[in-house]
Design a binder for this molecule. Structure first.
Ligand code: FAD
Length: 490
């Protein structure tokens, strides 16, 4: 049997391992950390459990599909529930409302709390769905880098309908054309941050994202986000996949334009195919540093997505006004993004995302307490003075939350941990600590992202957030599918 070597046990690496095992490959996964999951990991501290990275779970069908593919019932491994309330929004002017899962209810809720008519919300939902219909099969589920894709009728049809996917204006411009109320424009602009982009630059095609959340819904996995990683590792192991932790891959060895070996603990290991789940930038610059002629320099120069600053706070109080997902908007969204993208620092009044998994998973915090995951969007790491930026941001966030919740939050913190662009880069080898690989701030981003296979090295494949189709759990899972389809056909 053929042997597949996978570099990295991020969610895409694990999913690729499962798919290749199902195809009959002997699969071994080499992970630098002592645990699987990469960004999708967890930690506990002083009686609190925190999901370290992702907190919003959408498109659970892509996870289920992996169990079904292996002939298993996903419900024997992994369960989740659909959220009735997707998010609770708070604005600086005191406006507050929930976004219910159903788009008709959402339209009514927005209408009750702003000046926006119900019709404009529904019109936007229809528009978002249209973009999804056109882009889904072509831009997400297939490789854009195979001739075969272009020979399919629906690809050609999508390409001819490019105008309809609204790629010629920015997301912000499009949202302004739908909505009169600035608070509603801000709410819809925020979806650009779901892949680390800037709504004032990114093409309006990203308006597809609200459809994914509002139509397919948002979910909470039993046991928290990390149970996605755990259940998939369990499945992979049952399929015979071998995981080697504490095993950073040092080099990929190429002979005659074919990837032949990986070097781990100074030992050469041979494989028929090699799949890198390591960020594509580091895969070339570190693992393929001996072969500069093979580097796709132009592709590697693309702008990176934004990063994040997270405070994990154990809070000795419970707040009825808060839900699982909460947003506290900034008063000036354009200024906030100018700071992230042009000044490359942190605006004094950032939009704060507060996630509290203990609202659903009560065991995540001690009795009477809550586990707060407090996140703001920040620029990718380019050597800023992070210690100073973080200290200032903490002060501003505490002030903002204390004002909104009318409570001195600092006094309630019993334990704290921090994640910033430097530690994200260090723990998961993400170039510049970007959360989602390259940004989508450019209308051609979908075409410029690195392919799921190397153009110059045979047998070398790529999965994960830094390559096609992009970052976020659902897209990372799709990258695994594209790799395994490609491997199967070659
Ligand atoms: P990664 O998670 O980046 O993992 C790569 C793995 O490869 C790591 O384990 C690393 O140690 C390993 N590795 C790297 N180099 C080597 C080497 N040389 N040898 C061996 N191993 C190596 N997505 C969502 O869908 N919803 C969200 O709400 C969300 N929020 C996020 C919040 C934060 C704070 C972060 C950080 C990310 C968030 N994301 C979210 C994005 C999501 O986490 C990522 O897109 C996804 O988890 C990336 O998976 P990946 O497979 O690309 O690999």
């Amino acid at each position: 049997t053929k042997k597949a070597l996978i570099i990295g046990a991020g969610i895409a690496g694990i999913a690729t391992a499962i798919r290749l095992a199902v195809k009959g490959y002997r699969v071994e996964v080499f992970e630098a950390n002592t645990y699987p999951g990469g960004k999708l990991s967890e930690f506990t501290r002083d009686g609190f459990r925190f999901d370290a990275g992702p907190s919003l779970f959408t498109m659970p069908q892509y996870v289920d599909e992996l169990f079904t593919l292996a002939g298993k019932n996903p419900r024997d491994y992994f369960n989740y529930k659909k959220l009735d309330t997707v998010c609770r929004y708070h604005y600086p002017d005191g406006t507050q409302f929930n976004s219910p899962a159903n788009v008709n209810d959402l339209a009514k809720e927005i209408n009750r709390n702003t000046t926006e008519p119900v019709e404009s919300i529904l019109k936007h939902a229809g528009y978002s769905e249209r973009i999804y219909r056109i882009t889904n099969h072509v831009f997400l589920e297939r490789s854009l880098h195979r001739l075969q894709t272009y020979l399919k009728w629906d690809t050609l049809r999508s390409i001819f309908r490019l105008r309809q996917i609204d790629s010629m204006r920015t997301m912000h411009k499009a949202n302004q054309s739908f909505f009169n109320d600035a608070r509603v424009v801000q709410l819809y602009n925020r979806y650009a941050t779901y892949n680390g982009s800037n709504p004032y630059k990114a093409p309006a095609t990203l308006n597809v994202i609200p459809h994914l959340e509002q139509h397919y819904g948002a979910y909470f996995p039993d046991g928290g986000m990390y149970s996605i990683t755990q259940s998939l590792v369990k499945l992979a192991e049952e399929l015979g996949v071998k995981f080697h932790y504490n095993s950073p891959v040092q080099q990929i060895i190429v002979e005659n334009h074919k990837a032949r070996y990986i070097l781990v603990h100074n030992r050469e290991i041979k494989g028929n195919i090699i799949v890198s789940n390591m960020d594509v930038w580091f895969t070339y610059r570190k693992l393929l540093s001996n072969y500069p002629a093979l580097h796709p320099n132009k592709t590697l120069k693309q702008q990176r997505s934004s990063s994040a600053l997270i405070f994990y706070w154990g809070i000795k109080k419970q707040f009825d006004k808060l839900d699982l997902h909460n947003i506290f908007f900034s008063a000036d969204y354009a200024a906030e993004f100018r700071h992230i993208w042009q000044k490359k620092n942190i605006y004094h009044d950032p939009t704060v995302y507060l996630n509290i998994s203990s609202k659903h998973q009560h065991t995540d915090a001690p009795e009477g307490c809550e586990n707060w995951f407090v996140m703001i969007n920040v620029p990718a790491n380019s050597g800023q003075n992070w210690d100073a930026l973080i200290a200032k941001a903490k002060e501003n966030i505490l002030h903002k939350l204390s004002t909104a919740l009318q409570e001195n939050i600092e006094n309630l913190i019993v334990t704290e941990d921090i994640l910033d662009p430097r530690s994200i880069e260090q723990r998961t080898s993400s170039y510049r600590g970007s959360l989602y690989g390259t940004s989508s701030n450019n209308r051609f981003a979908a075409f410029l992202r690195h392919a799921n296979r190397s153009a110059k090295v045979k047998n070398l494949y790529f999965c994960g957030g830094s390559v096609h189709p992009g970052g976020g759990i659902p897209l990372c899972l799709l990258s695994a599918k594209i790799v395994s389809d490609w491997v199967g056909d070659s």
